[in-house]
Design a protein around this ligand. Structure first.
Ligand code: FAD
Length: 390
């Protein structure tokens, strides 16, 4: 790459944000190189083992439309018109997100979405380089060092500017921190999650209502299930990491084996248990995922590097907005880069625009955990909600 080309950029990470940003810039004639540590998911299947599906909301769809990606993405989406609350006594109640089906969210498979966005980025002219894990960066020389984890081979790349779309554990952020203090602070939630699966029904359809985000609220913990277009549901159980001293609530410290998990479901989620035939196997296979909020005081180093998406502002998943927020970042950064030839000014304007929004969404995500696990089955809360909507 010609490091002096003012319309060239190097993106680290070909996940959701990296692929969308690559599309937005490449279709404007930019030279875009994307470096991804994993292999090409279009050749070897998707190996991103975190949340299997994601709630896509209007703010994310709006961003996808800017890249003409919305139509391709929506062919795989399942509409969710509200929360289906499963109470402890076995009742179910649909709480709509809006007055009608014009206000809904969508469930989308993470791997399919990533593949769709990678195809669009490549069609727009971006160069995708797989098996390239960013290792170190020499910001003064403008050289980034990558490793191919299959054979430990190394490759040094000259860059003009780096964009960190490499997720919550960002290597670019770590490299930037070695150069300058970004004011990083990570707050762990103290709760983690496990993913389980509800398979299709014997007739090939869905086993439970498909057009809803199912919630089993149980006070300090909860289970949720989102539909997939192959007629399965991804179930996510959220539990505290440690048991509270004053009560007998389950936690990952006490629910350890598949047998423990079955006992928990028999007691607290009896209507969900028959829907998850491989409960024990899923439990033993998938390690608990940690949940945290990442705060940074600065997202960029002059014209040389900027962070976006989870690399800049990872959040807990309870508002279903991490990806949606990352997509909005992509639109904002592309707009600033295209309209502003001074790269440092573009990064600075992007950070000023997006940081307050990201922090607001991080706070809402934390608040929503309490609402989802403890309030959606509370009659007073529901009455208040109805009054607010009236
Ligand atoms: P990622 O999707 O993490 O992509 C980062 C990419 O960078 C990956 O491809 C990775 O392989 C690559 N990479 C990492 N390190 C390197 C390196 N050193 N060199 C090169 N490449 C590298 N959001 C929603 O909007 N709705 C939801 O319903 C939702 N549910 C969630 C449920 C759970 C349990 C979790 C944990 C998150 C959820 N999120 C949700 C958040 C969402 O997953 C993230 O916000 C989103 O994936 C961020 O996209 P990203 O591109 O910034 O990072």
């Amino acid at each position: 790459m010609n490091a002096a080309d003012s319309r060239s950029i190097t993106i680290i990470g070909a996940g959701l944000a990296g692929a969308l940003l690559a599309t937005l810039l490449a279709r404007e004639g930019w030279r875009v190189d994307v470096y991804e540590k994993r292999g090409d998911p279009r050749l070897q299947g998707y190996e991103g083992g975190r949340s299997i599906n994601l709630a896509l909301a209007e703010r994310g769809r709006h961003a996808l439309r800017q890249a003409d990606a919305d139509d391709a993405v929506m062919t795989q989406a399942v509409m969710m018109r509200g929360r289906m609350v499963h109470t402890s006594d076995g009742r179910q109640q649909l709480q709509r997100y809006g007055r009608d089906d014009s206000e809904v969210i969508w469930s989308i498979h993470r791997g399919d979405l990533n593949i769709t966005l990678l195809n669009l980025a490549e069609q727009a002219g971006a160069a995708l380089h797989f098996h390239r894990r960013l290792d170190t960066v020499d910001f003064d020389a403008g050289v980034a060092d990558f490793v191919d984890e299959r054979d430990a081979g190394r490759q040094a790349i000259g860059f003009d500017s780096l964009v960190g779309a490499d997720g919550a554990g960002s290597s670019l952020r770590a490299a930037m921190m070695r150069k300058t203090d970004l004011g990083e602070r990570t707050e762990f939630l103290g709760h983690s999650y496990k993913e389980l699966e509800i398979p299709p029904a014997a007739d090939g359809g869905f086993l439970i209502e498909p057009n809803a985000l199912h919630i089993w609220p149980r006070g300090r913990y909860m289970c949720i299930a989102l539909p997939n277009d192959e007629k399965t549901f991804t179930v996510t159980l959220f539990l505290p990491n440690e048991a509270a001293a004053d009560n007998a609530d389950p936690s990952f410290a006490t629910v350890r084996s598949g047998a423990d998990a079955r006992a928990l479901f028999e007691r607290d989620f009896p209507d969900a248990l028959p829907l998850i035939p491989d409960l024990e196997a899923d439990w033993e296979r998938n390690p608990p995922g940690l949940l945290a909020t990442l705060y940074l005081q600065r997202w960029h180093i002059d014209r040389r590097a900027v962070l976006l998406g989870d690399a800049a502002h990872a959040m807990v998943p309870f508002h279903g907005q991490g990806m949606n927020c990352a997509f909005e970042d992509c639109v904002a950064l592309a707009r600033q880069l295209i309209s502003q030839p001074d790269r440092a000014a573009a990064f600075s304007a992007f950070e000023a625009e997006r940081k307050p929004n990201a922090e607001a969404i991080q706070a809402m995500a934390l608040e929503n955990y309490v609402e989802m696990r403890d309030r959606v089955d509370d009659p007073d809360f529901l009455l208040q909600r109805e009054l607010e909507r009236a």
